[in-house]
Structure formats: C-alpha cells, structure tokens
Write a protein that binds this ligand. Structure first.
Ligand code: FE2
Length: 236
C-alpha cells in the first residue's frame, strides 16, 4: 500500500474569479494521478474574508479528502469556521497520518510553533505508523532575503516534535511560492510551488512575485517503507 498526497499552497483567493480559476487548474491537473488526499499549506485566502474560504470550499467539493491550514494572509478563526477545520487538522491515508500545524502569529508574516499546537500535534500523532507534518512557513532558509526574513522562527521546537512523535517521513510547507526541497533533522522538507504566483529565485529580480506564470503543485508519493518521492507540476 502507499499514499499519494496532492500538495497545493498559497492560492490567495480573492473576489477575482481568476484566483479561483488558478486553483481549479492545479486540482484538475492532479486529478488523473488520483491523489488519495489533498493538503493545502496556507494562504488559502488573500485577506481572510469568509467569502474567500467559501470559494475554496466550493472548489474542493467532490475532491479527495483534504485539510487546510492557515498562513500569514489567512484569518485562522475564519478559516476554521468556514472550512470546518481543527487547530491541528488530521488526515489518515492508508498508513500515513497527515497533521496540520497552525504556526501563524497574529499580524505578523513569520511563523512560530506554539506550545499548545505542539501538544495537540503530539496527541494527534499517537498510534500513527507514519506521520507527515504540514505548516505554512518553512523551518529552513531558502537563500532568498525576502522570505528568509519571515520564516518559522523556532525550528528547534519543530525538530524536537519530529524526534519525539512516531516516524515523521516528511514536513510539508508553503509560503515561499516556489518548489522547495530541503531537510530538517534528517526529514525531507518539501514546499509546494505557489498557486497564485511564483517567487523568483534571483534576489535582485523585480518584481519579486510573478503572477502571470502557470500555477503549480506538488505530488508526494509515500510508500510503505516511508520513502517519499515528490514531483512538481505546473498547469501549463
Ligand atoms: Fe503566500
């Protein structure tokens, strides 16, 4: 048995139908691969408005099971209310348990892993065979001054969580709007491309974000032994 996770991030939905269309494009692109579940790693909405979450829910209807966690653009309480999500939403796919972590800090763009979230994640991980953790801000630097100024600021707490709970096979992130592969405590850290826009990797590039490129997504295939194979895809 194995699990295939569709990883989408940063749709930044607005009242412009073009933003929803970009998310629809990546969901439809992934559909023939028959993902078992969908993980959305934050910045679901651009301004945290209820109608932006309703547009997300509409697009996710009749799709595989999914979870969504907040990013710095989201309003976590509104997200949870509109999308019926827990603080640490959980997805169980075959032998893989995906646990979402809310690392948002009100009014700030960086992330911070709070003690109450660590405790909830620890409880959610009990009895799991393999665990995938999902959060918005990556716990690593990517070599770009803009996003490296607004990371997860206490990655040591995530390391401790990774080492304490049952086997963590991957950490999924968003926030940087670019395909990302790194590691933390020997565990792959995998970031999805942005749905709304792409970050240029050249620090001197202007503008920083490119929103006329194709929306992207990642597919993570996890086999029974815990090997994670990731491919990145764009809709055009
Ligand atoms: Fe974003």
């Amino acid at each position: 048995m194995s699990a295939t996770l569709l990883h989408v991030s940063d749709p930044h939905l607005t009242d412009d139908p073009a933003s929803a269309e970009r998310l629809r494009q990546v969901l439809d692109l992934a559909a023939p691969r028959r993902p078992d579940a969908i993980v959305a790693t934050g910045d679901i909405s651009d301004r945290g408005r209820p109608e932006e979450y309703r547009a997300f829910a509409e697009l996710m209807a009749n799709r595989p099971p999914w979870i969504a966690i907040p990013g710095n653009h989201d309003d976590p309480a509104t997200l949870r209310a509109e999308l019926a999500q827990e603080q640490c939403p959980v997805l169980e796919v075959d032998r893989v348990r995906v646990i979402g972590l809310d690392v948002t800090v009100p009014g700030e763009d960086h992330g911070f892993l709070r003690d109450d979230v660590v405790r909830a994640a620890g409880t959610a991980a009990q009895g799991a065979h393999q665990v995938v953790l999902a959060l918005h801000q990556p716990p690593v630097e990517i070599g770009h001054p803009f996003v490296d100024a607004i990371p997860l600021t206490n990655p040591d707490v995530l390391v401790e969580l990774v080492q304490r709970i049952p086997r963590v096979v991957a950490v999924l992130s968003g926030h940087v709007h670019t395909p990302l592969a790194s590691s933390l405590a020997g565990v792959p850290v995998l970031g999805a491309p942005g749905v709304a826009s792409e970050l240029g990797v050249d620090p001197d590039r202007r503008p920083l974000m490119v929103d006329d490129g194709a929306p992207g997504m990642a597919l993570h295939h996890i086999d029974d032994g815990g090997t994670v194979t990731t491919t990145f895809h764009h809709a055009a």
